[in-house]
Design a protein around this ligand. Structure first.
Ligand code: ADP
Length: 176
């Protein structure tokens, strides 16, 4: 059953004890604001040192590092699209962030993973649309061959939490 594998929670992703947390990074992978800054602060300088050796990351792609001082063992760094007008491949690029992150998770036998609301902060992606893409893409992957047992969508506000609850209702429960 897919619904039992997906949980929506409100909180700070840096505090979660899961196998991997996903970082909404930028193409440099050298740190930034928002969730990226919070993850680097909590992980400590080892994370930035490892990121320096990764040679950046393309939009829609993902790369993995260790978690250093975080409770999570791994950090999967993915780069979401900057929202322009919706006609520049934004939806597909955002879906690709979730696919690529979960592909890496499978490669590393990761069982529990937490995602922030990628692209919905500084990158300006409309949050309800982003939540539907996140839930729909994760559902598709969980229906296939994967090591993942539990996916957490970690929302940093009540509003974001409500967007995800609505998306889960629509997509997993087939309710409007
Ligand atoms: P992007 O550049 O991809 O838009 P941001 O970090 O600006 O990334 O925002 C992505 C989302 O992460 C936003 O919804 C923001 O509220 C949320 N966020 C910020 N800090 C945290 C945190 N510590 N834990 C979980 N989510 C967070």
């Amino acid at each position: 059953m897919i619904p039992g594998k997906i949980a929506v929670i409100e909180g700070d992703i840096t505090q979660l004890t899961v196998d991997a947390i996903v970082n909404a990074a930028n193409t440099s992978l050298l740190g930034g604001g928002g969730v990226d800054g919070a993850i680097h602060r909590a992980a400590g300088p080892g994370l930035l040192a490892e990121c320096r050796g990764l040679n950046g990351c393309k939009t829609g792609d993902a790369k993995i590092t260790q978690g250093y001082n975080l409770p999570a063992d791994w950090v999967i760094h993915t780069v979401g699209p900057v929202w322009r007008d919706g006609n520049h491949g934004e939806d597909a690029l955002l879906a690709s962030c979730y696919y690529r992150s979960l592909e890496l998770a499978k490669d590393y036998q990761i069982r529990t993973i937490a995602f922030p609301a990628i692209s919905t902060g500084a990158y300006g992606f409309p949050p309800e649309r982003a939540a539907r893409i996140a839930v729909g893409t994760v559902k598709q992957v969980l229906e296939g061959n994967t090591t993942i047992e539990q996916v957490f969508f970690v929302c940093f506000s009540k509003l974001s939490y409500n967007h995800y609850r609505q998306a889960v209702q629509e997509i997993l429960m087939n309710k409007e």
